[in-house]
Design a protein. Sequence first.
Length: 404
Amino acid sequence: MADLDLDELRLELDAFAQPEKKGGRSPREERIIAGFEDIQRFVGQHGRVPQHGEDRDIFERLYAVRLDRLRTLEECRALLAPLDHQGLLGGTENAAAPVETMDDDALLAELEGAGGDAIITGLRHVRAAADKRAAEEIANRTKCTDFETFKPLFAQVKKDLADGVRQTRPFQTMAEIRQGEFFIVGGQVAYVAAVGEEFKTQYERRDSRLRVIYDNGTESDVLLRSLQRALHRDAAGRRITDPAAGPLFAGEADEDDLESGTIYVLRSKSDHPVVAAHRDVLHKIGVTGGSVARRIAQAKLDPTFLMADVEIVGTWKLFNINRTKLENVIHRVFAPARADIEITDRFGNPVIAREWFFVPRGVVDEAVERIRDGTITAYTYDPKTASLARTGQAGNAQYIIHNT
């Protein structure tokens, strides 16, 4: 030991001074791999390597610069070579400018104002232990190809906020993140268009995969807990409340009545064996605050709709009604006939759709009439007789419902 100077001694002890990294990789290596996986996803989706150029999507330009860097750094090439099943590290056709001139600040300057979000520009300041999770939050932020479907929703939300129909509230808990909810994160309005099947993380924590649409025309395939972290980190992050709803039971109709939703009945076009065998009596019964046509536009991508197109069997307009409470009442009435059908969502996860019922269409019509006259709470569905059976005393109020 006497022959070792202080520098050599430090090097000797380095291996013992640093705690072993989980999986044998350092935080820097995890960042490099996560960034390379972003590029691989892009190539898988588009069938080509990302390209430079002002006419390219901002995320494609980001990936192009990143790929140039990875190709020129021997450390990165050695780390990623076993993962490079697409042969991306060997190409040179993508280089458009000397990579060494594009440091982090230059790249951020290029991205500034081009539609990116604060999560992107803030990524380099995230704590090392959270780097890979932060990369996950923007992993699939790409152009939303069906944004025209969602554009009217954002327009209505902004109008509602201006008119005071909706309010913004500080984000608090994960339970607030549900399908159909709106948030403000990174200065953008975000809409949770779909929630995948819940699963457990390696630490036994609940999580789900989301499809989140942003008002700048992009979308992300993000984990629920990742969105939760982004909202908590963002000092300006907010939850946007639902429109103010009237009481569960409304009084007489008048000129001031406000349309508050639509009861809809759907029939699935799925080729699932259970659906095919009972197609005429298997119905999805729900309530929506928007257009039914828009609600079912992405049915074949949504496990709620059995990952298949649907046909509209019937609709009824509602006025001055709390939609969520009414839907809960309907589902309670038909609970004895609930069809728990297991299908696979677009992420390959098994999902049990629980809003489908083995109920003849005529009984649904009768239930709507019971809703209209306020007696629905006194009934439940009897599968043995395929009819509504009276089980208690009804309230004395009525819903305002118009046929459509």
